[in-house]
Design a protein around this ligand. Sequence first.
Ligand SMILES: Nc1ncnc2c1ncn2[C@@H]1O[C@H](COP(=O)(O)OP(=O)(O)OP(=O)(O)O)[C@@H](O)[C@H]1O
Ligand SMILES: [Mg+2]
Length: 229
Amino acid sequence: MRYIHTFVEGLDSKLGKGIPSGSFLLISGSAGSMKSTLASYIGYRNIVTQNGNLLYLTLQESKDSLLRQMKSMNIDPSQLPENSKFVIKERKEIISNFPTTIEDFSEKIKSLEKEMGGIDIVVIDSLNALYFLLTIEKPDTKMFSLFERLRDMNSTVLLISEIPMNSNRFGVIDDVESYIVDGIIHLNMERIGRTLGRYISIIKMRWVKHSTDYFPLLVDDKGFRIVSH
Ligand SMILES: Nc1ncnc2c1ncn2[C@@H]1O[C@H](COP(=O)(O)OP(=O)(O)OP(=O)(O)O)[C@@H](O)[C@H]1O
Ligand SMILES: [Mg+2]
């Protein structure tokens, strides 16, 4: 894969050729802003159209719950091209005893990479849960070492971060992640009158000329699309 696409209708045309594969992306948003759904949708659509392997680590939500949510969006891991793989691992399959170390967590991913014959896209859902499960004394230095290890894999990495509604910080630990990652997709929910609307914006995307507009986000069982002028 040379480029990753969001498959959010209307948004990809604003991202030039696409997001260079191998990028580190934060998908940040408040509770229920559809972070997990968007991450699985992006991963799935990319491996379906370009062939490839996707690893989804769901560290807080169970595999069954994630699959149920994906089904409502017509994301079906059993419907894949012949040489693509979509592997979902939940917390207890990755981290059986916690707290665990960054070294053990990275080793586990490396062995899955071997088992799968390479990973094109990996989703970590969420960074908040991961930090909770890791022995972290000095969070920012540990985080650097985790990112270094993930970079060695040459996969596109989608990191989910849970932030408060309307937050201007997108990372978890003092916003340090925002500076390290290559791109940030922000999902927001905003109350206007009695309606809670969904929004999406690209806060940053290294190497890509992009719009920073804040777009209303529409979703139905066919997928995501933005309202743009
Ligand atoms: N088919 C659908 N069409 C539109 N909206 C949906 C559909 N299925 C679920 N939703 C919405 O998506 C939300 C859940 O999405 P998701 O689990 O991806 O959010 P999240 O940001 O990952 O949440 P969490 O903070 O719990 O991790 C639900 O609260 C619901 O509002
Ligand atoms: Mg989620």
